[in-house]
Design a protein around this ligand. Sequence first.
Ligand code: FAD
Length: 428
Amino acid sequence: MTISRRALLAAVPVALATPRLAFAQAGAGRVVIIGGGFGGASAARFARDRFPALDITLIERSQTFTTCPYGNLVLAGRRTVESITFGYDRLAARGVRVVHQSVTAVDPAGRRVRLADGTDVPYDRLVMSPGIDLRWGAIEGYDEAASARMPHGWIPSLQPITLLARQLQEMPDGGTFVMAIPDNPFRCPPGPYERISMVAEYLKQAKPRSKLIALDAKNGFSKQPLFQDAWEELYPGIVEWRGASSDGRVMRVHPATMEVETEFGEKVKGAVVNVIPPQMAARIARDAGLANQSGWCPVKPATFESAQVEGIWVLGDATIAAPMPKSGFAASSHAKHAIACIAASLAGRAPPAATFFNTCYSHVGPDYGISIVGVYRPGPTSLVEVEGSGGISPRNATMSPQRRREHRHLEALYADGWYESITNEMFG
Ligand SMILES: Cc1cc2nc3c(=O)[nH]c(=O)nc-3n(C[C@H](O)[C@H](O)[C@H](O)COP(=O)(O)OP(=O)(O)OC[C@H]3O[C@@H](n4cnc5c(N)ncnc54)[C@H](O)[C@@H]3O)c2cc1C
């Protein structure tokens, strides 16, 4: 079996997919990192391993971190939440000072952050990777109370995926699973479509008379032809996807009747309703003045230092990093470069040249994975995708059935390898 250059790039272990760095002697300094998720934990580990002179404090409000990646596999019954939940003990054992507190304020002029218990933590350089918040009310009627009946399952620390999984398991055979999907930008562009696939996989085996209706606020989505090929092949008659021009945009929800209402007033009722609402940078980033009117944080593309507040590096989903997607892989790539820039700045050197990597894998069915790969460099005002550097898995029609099975199987294995390697890098 031969593997394409793109697939090989997709399979590169995360630890190797770091920016090119000059690992010269770094200056010493106190680096405080807010958020122990994909960006923050990667930054802490990378800083600890590569720049021993740095004093690293990681501030994370939760005792454990449950990943969004592989959360959709919990819906298919393939994973448990325990298997995608990690603690911070090993990061602490490596010499990262881990503080489990909520940061309530950032004082860029005084170079310190305030914790919920009133403690002030001083820093020389601050890294923030606090993730996202949901825009409650952006879909009329969709607030925190509504999300208990119509789960989002999009921020594990806010709502465990088990709520949606339980509703799915309790749904009668013949019931309809309704999804509302937001417009760009949002966390994990292929995530809703992997979710459609994993729910369909479950329905096919456990509730074959059921249907899934996905109502989308956009007309196109990441890896669309690949997902749609797979739904046709694996889940015929189960998945119906409607884009914005087919009245797919959900404007309001009615939790009491389990209905969602579209732009042109159609009410769609579900036995289970999964609403993924519009999003924005997490509150602490907005409160610190890092976000612009879009609700997301502009950064200098060559360094990931905030474009609005000096001395703060912003990573991950909270940033405006398009065309890079909001993904865990991307957050980890931002993290490594930002730490290298911080080490350089503390040593009085110019920042290293930047190259950023991303691969988004999606599980679509048993032994069936697909991916999209991108390599990015800084342009004058934003990141730019390096032409011809990445790509997307080939479509079904371009391969023989035997070759297709092998290819999809390999990509499912690469996905598992990526997940194991990135979580090991963050928490191992
Ligand atoms: C269903 C789904 C599937 C996904 N699948 C993939 C995938 O296959 N591959 C992939 O690359 N990406 C995937 N993603 C996207 C990925 O989860 C995010 O892009 C990634 O988590 C972003 O990292 P982050 O560091 O920006 O935020 P997070 O990982 O969310 O980390 C933010 C952390 O900051 C903490 N925090 C926030 N505010 C404070 C505060 N004030 N004080 C202290 N701590 C604070 C939070 O508790 C949290 O732990 C998926 C997402 C979803 C929803």
